[in-house]
Design a protein. Structure first.
Length: 578
């Protein structure tokens, strides 16, 4: 086999084809060697040259330096235009939870660096690295977007307001309704979260119409105003009359959004007031003082209304503007104590008495004590009947001679009609209790009252209406209540007279179960006092839980009962001028 090389062709200028495979192999070796050199020579966390995230070149940087460079180069925050109904705003995107995600951009750069092809690595090796441009990711926090949009559009939200009817001093008026507007955030938030690159957000607005319109309520107001007129109630054709003023009639019904409705509580209270005016109850046989001696006065039948009929007719009349007066059917009222049943005054003996003092009382309080004592003086209670303090008093009203004085009401000592009446009810309770009469109703004061010392717990409060003093006459005969009021000495005595009794009654001093100190004083700003002036309007009192007992002995029988009282601790109150 001839292995000598062939001589070159004498007439050819091209390189022999024999060198082409050799050159290719050499290039491949160089590529392989360079790639091996590149692969083994660059640190694992270094980003390849030519890789950009946004406009920031991260080539040749490690992760930490690349992240710093990305954060430093984020630039200005874009603006987002927001519209909702008639409102429009332009705000920085980060106010709505938007941000550039530098961490995600860095991860993309590192991923692109690790995925470079062999050719790209060779290009880099020979100084001609390819350029890889990556977008800097954006993100939106949904909760921040919702909060930001809610704050931005808060003024656009208005609650729906139904039209309503209100009473304005003398007539019913309509408070107009108003449609409600509610900005819907959900769709805009979802869109922004899914597409952080958008720069315009349009929010839907829902309008809610009132359920009750102004026109509907005006029709009801007109009906209500047609009922505002005087209304006269009369007992029989010749009896007493009670005329309700337009405002009193208006107080007996409501004009609701659903229609007109009677105020049953106000109606019941008005029935009682009407009865107390038009009724002429029977008068029992009684005693009267003439020439210093007690003489008998015969009973007298009366005429009264039927509360059930009054309630029914009044309810019908209130809601019918055509009715201006109603006539009640009178009922005969028979006395329960007749002259024949009344013993001679000479046979009456003093059974028991109660006493109290009212030193340092105001002039108004003294007026009420004197008036109340005079009202119940001479009251006669038939055997088996109940003594009612309020019935004998005739009610606490200006028409009945009572004036404004200090009373206990709603947790305070305040000015109120009839302050001092409880001095009389307390003294009456002491007399009737000492006489051994069973207690039917007795109410205590909220706190310990100094006027009724030193007999703590031996007292009775009354309030018109609602709180009465009632005791049952179980003496076997009629009893006479007499009052002796000494304004000069500030003492009041109530006596119980009746047929001679065999019973003896012993009332014990109070047994105190617990004692609670009064709270610290309370200071209340007042515009009625000069600045810095201080006025005490309520006085401190400790709280107590206590009871008194009563032992009644009669013909060998002994019985004991207990009357309990729980006084609240009371704080002093001072008004301070502002």
């Amino acid at each position: 086999m001839n292995t000598d090389p062939l001589p070159p062709h004498p007439t050819s200028s091209r390189k022999p084809r024999l060198y082409t495979p050799l050159l290719a192999g050499l290039v491949g070796a160089l590529l392989l060697g360079g790639a091996l050199a590149l692969g083994s020579g660059s640190p694992a966390d270094t980003i390849a040259p030519g890789i950009r995230v946004g406009s920031t070149d991260l080539g040749g940087l490690n992760r930490a330096d690349a992240l710093k460079k990305l954060l430093a180069a984020q630039g200005d925050v874009p603006q987002v235009a927001v519209t909702a109904g008639t409102g429009s705003w332009t705000v920085p995107a980060n106010q709505l939870g938007w941000s550039l995600d530098a961490g995600a951009g860095l991860d993309a750069a590192v991923q692109a660096s690790s995925e470079r092809t062999l050719l790209q690595k060779v290009q880099t090796f020979i100084g001609q690295p390819p350029v890889t441009e990556l977008a800097l990711p954006q993100k939106v926090d949904a909760a921040q977007a919702k909060a930001g949009l809610a704050t931005l559009t808060a003024a656009q939200n208005t609650p729906v307001r139904n039209a309503s009817v209100v009473f304005d001093k003398t007539r019913y008026m309509v408070k107009p309704g108003m449609a409600g507007v509610q900005v819907q955030l959900g769709a805009a938030v979802q869109s922004f979260v899914q597409h952080p690159e958008i720069r315009t957000l349009s929010l839907n607005v829902i309008r809610s119409e009132p359920r009750y319109t102004t026109q509907e309520m005006q029709a009801l107001a007109d009906q209500g105003n047609a009922l505002v007129r005087p209304l006269t109630v009369k007992l029989g054709s010749n009896g007493q009359a009670f005329t309700l003023t337009p405002l009193q009639v208006a107080n007996l019904y409501w004009v609701h959004q659903s229609g007109l409705e009677l105020d049953q509580d106000a109606l019941s209270a008005k029935v009682k007031q009407i009865s107390s005016t038009v009724d002429q109850p029977a008068e029992n046989a009684r005693y009267a003082l003439k020439g210093g001696a007690l003489v008998k006065v015969a009973e007298q039948a009366g005429m009264v209304s039927d509360p059930a009929q009054t309630q029914k007719l009044l309810a019908q009349a209130v809601l019918d503007p055509k009715i201006s007066s109603i006539v009640l059917t009178p009922k005969v009222s028979q006395p329960t104590l007749k002259l024949a049943d009344l013993p001679d005054a000479s046979k009456l003996t003093l059974i028991a008495s109660g006493r109290s003092t009212y030193y340092h009382s105001s002039a108004a309080r003294r007026v009420n004590i004197t008036n109340a004592a005079a009202k119940i003086n001479g009251a006669v209670v038939a055997p088996g009947d109940n003594f009612s303090f309020l019935d004998n008093l005739g009610g606490i009203s200006p028409e009945n001679g009572f004036v404004t004085g200090l009373i206990i009401s709603a947790g305070r000592t305040v000015d109120g009609l009839g302050g001092g009446v409880c001095q009389v009810s307390t003294t009456t309770f002491r007399a009737l209790y000492q006489a051994g009469l069973p207690v039917v109703e007795r109410n205590q004061h909220a706190y310990r009252v100094g006027y009724y010392e030193p007999q703590v717990g031996f007292e009775a409060a009354v309030y018109d209406p609602g709180k009465d003093l009632k005791m049952k006459n179980d003496t076997g005969g009629p009893i006479l209540v007499k009052t002796i009021n000494d304004d000069a000495r500030s003492t009041l005595t109530v006596q119980v007279w009746g047929l001679p009794q065999t019973r003896t009654v012993n009332v014990s001093p109070a047994t105190i179960l617990s004692h609670t100190g009064h709270p610290a004083a309370k200071y209340v700003p007042s515009a009625d006092l000069p600045r810095g002036a201080v006025k005490q309007v309520d006085w401190a009192a400790d709280g107590y839980s206590l009871y008194i007992t009563r032992t009644i002995r009669d013909k060998g029988a002994v019985r004991t009962d207990k009357t309990s009282t729980n006084y609240k601790p009371w704080q002093a109150v001072y008004e301070v001028g502002q």
